[in-house]
Design a protein around this ligand. Structure first.
Ligand SMILES: [Mg+2]
Length: 385
């Protein structure tokens, strides 16, 4: 069972409403869609995140993908590992991880389709009957955030997540308003996205603690584990690491030095599902829970996350999916519909998704328009006969 063809398509997806996070507002996102086809005609799909202009990512892929054609699909771990060397990115972590994860995702989908098993069964089976997802509060001003939070509570979410890092006055006002809106029973999580220095983090956490915060995610810049340690040792609120734990080595350091209470991980951050499961196992050995982290991605990743999350024994409630924030669904089926913030186990073979070609065409045209290029030049198909 060899890889016959790999199609790579940059797509520009738009958000339903402006996406506010530390220091930036996003109106859309570029993803790179991978379609890996086997000699038997199975087509696996995956996606990677990208900067808005994907030229850099596509350049790297031009080195990585041609040598994969004709290789045995089932050798996923070896092929991904070899790709790091072929792409001369073996010394880099973050950007290559985000990129390779989408390619690996498509390979896993094709392999599980070939095996006739849902992905989570190929990975050893489920540890749970459903996965719980948080309600992600949208907006910028307190009134917008409150309106969004109330809708999320109404739809049944038990965990509410919101961004902070807008400055002390706004953060205190916003968090107080959202806590009041959701009541005292639900969990409230904050994500500072590295926006604080150690002094500010201590000051803010001390003041925010009164709003019964379940945990605060990545309070300080990700490259300094010593800064994380100082905040963790000080904080009366549990601390989660996110951007500070991409590599297995970083996860090990965080666990062995007790630098966080929760690991927030994603297969994009770890460079694929294999490394994600290894990272989660390091957390399991350290008796730390893992919360699934979302990138700027579509329902493809949401379903991939779901299969992966189903296998983890040390998964938290309130995990992250992002596809619902987009204007369009890249999938014709299935529709991802949560019940009380939860989703049960899928039963279709592979990732179990069918692409919506119309939406892909429009998103491809948008990407070409964004770059001022020709859509015909934007798709890259690597194949052999
Ligand atoms: Mg985060």
């Amino acid at each position: 069972m060899k890889i016959k063809q790999i199609r790579v398509s940059p797509l520009f997806m738009t958000f339903k409403e402006p996406y506010h996070w530390h220091g930036r507002i996003d109106y859309g996102t570029t993803i790179i869609l991978f379609q890996v086809e086997t000699e038997q005609g199975k087509i696996g799909v995956g996606e990677s995140t990208s900067s808005l202009n994907a030229a850099g990512s596509l350049g790297l892929l031009a080195n990585i993908i041609p040598p994969l054609i004709g290789q045995p699909l089932a050798d996923i771990d070896r092929l991904v590992s070899r790709s790091r060397y072929l792409g001369l990115i073996n010394d880099a972590i973050r950007m290559p991880n985000l990129l390779l994860a989408g390619l690996e995702m498509a390979m896993w989908d094709a392999l599980a389709q070939t095996a006739g098993l849902p992905l989570y069964q190929l990975w050893g089976g489920a540890s749970r009957e459903h996965v719980d997802y948080f309600g992600f509060v949208q907006g910028d001003e307190a009134e917008e955030l409150v309106r969004s939070a109330k809708e999320l509570v109404k739809s049944g979410h038990r965990v509410i997540y919101m961004k902070v890092g807008r400055g002390e006055k706004s953060d205190l006002k916003n968090v107080q308003a959202v806590r009041k809106a959701i009541g005292s029973d639900l969990k409230l999580r904050l994500d500072a996205n590295e926006s604080w220095d150690v002094f500010t983090a201590k000051n803010m956490i001390k003041k925010l603690a009164q709003f019964d915060i379940e945990f605060i995610e990545q309070p300080v810049e990700c490259r300094s584990l010593s800064a994380l340690k100082e905040v963790k040792d000080f904080s009366p609120v549990p601390i989660a690491v996110d951007q500070g734990a991409y590599s297995l080595e970083e996860v090990f350091e965080v666990c062995s030095r007790r630098l966080a209470d929760v690991l927030v991980l994603s297969p994009h951050e770890t460079g694929g599902a294999t490394n994600f499961k290894k990272a989660a196992a390091i957390g399991e050995a350290a008796k730390l829970p893992v919360c699934l982290h979302g990138q700027f991605t579509t329902r493809i990743t949401d379903f991939f996350h779901h299969h992966l999350a189903a296998t983890l024994p040390n998964l938290t409630d309130g995990n992250q999916i992002m596809g619902h924030l987009l204007t369009e669904d890249l999938l014709k089926s299935p529709t991802l519909a949560l019940t009380e913030g939860r989703l049960g186990l899928p039963f279709q073979p592979g990732l179990g998704v069918v692409l919506n070609e119309e939406v892909i065409k429009k998103a491809s045209e948008r990407y070409a328009q964004y770059l001022g290029g020709n859509v015909k030049d934007m798709d890259f198909v690597y194949t052999y006969e």
